[in-house]
Design a protein around this ligand. Structure first.
Ligand SMILES: [Zn+2]
Length: 158
């Protein structure tokens, strides 16, 4: 079993050909934790992961280079989802996830981030993009009081 490792795999599969990235975590004892799973290809345990999803990307979070690779290669809203989950469950690994603020350029742990924007993704989803640090968030709130924060919307087919 992998340890202290994030696994990214193709889950979803609502109508046979639509998939989305799903995530799970193997802790220091190699125990499976579901971070996000969806559709019939989503996995609730290690056996399902082994049987359903041979195509996986594995990122060992003891290796800072692999953490950087995950952040670089993944959609921003997935990075933030994983960071928030790790922060709640295995916080020392969340501290390894460093991103750069779009506003001031400072590096900071991504679990403190908010996104700086959002975009449509093929009419299926609206995805957050970018990262803004806490002090820039506070500055923005001074100028934009009363703004309603957009919500991630993923409309699942079927
Ligand atoms: Zn900033």
């Amino acid at each position: 079993m992998p340890k202290n490792t994030l696994v990214q795999y193709k889950g979803g599969g609502y109508d046979g050909n639509f998939w989305e990235w799903n995530y799970c975590w193997f802790d220091s004892k190699g125990k499976f934790h579901d971070i996000f799973s969806s559709g019939y290809k989503g996995c609730k345990n290690a056996t399902e992961l082994k049987n359903k999803n041979p195509d996986q990307y594995r990122y060992n979070f003891d290796n800072q280079e692999k953490v950087r690779e995950f952040i670089r290669e993944s959609a921003d809203h997935h990075v933030l989802m994983v960071a928030k989950w790790l922060y709640a469950n295995f916080s020392r690994y969340a501290d390894n996830m460093i991103v750069t603020c779009d506003s001031c350029g400072e590096e900071f742990p991504s679990n403190q981030a908010k996104h700086s924007g959002y975009e449509g993704a093929g009419g299926i989803a609206i995805a957050y993009t970018g990262f803004v640090c806490e002090s820039c968030q506070r500055n923005e709130e001074c100028y934009e009081q009363g703004d309603v924060e957009p919500v991630i919307m993923i409309m699942k087919k079927g």
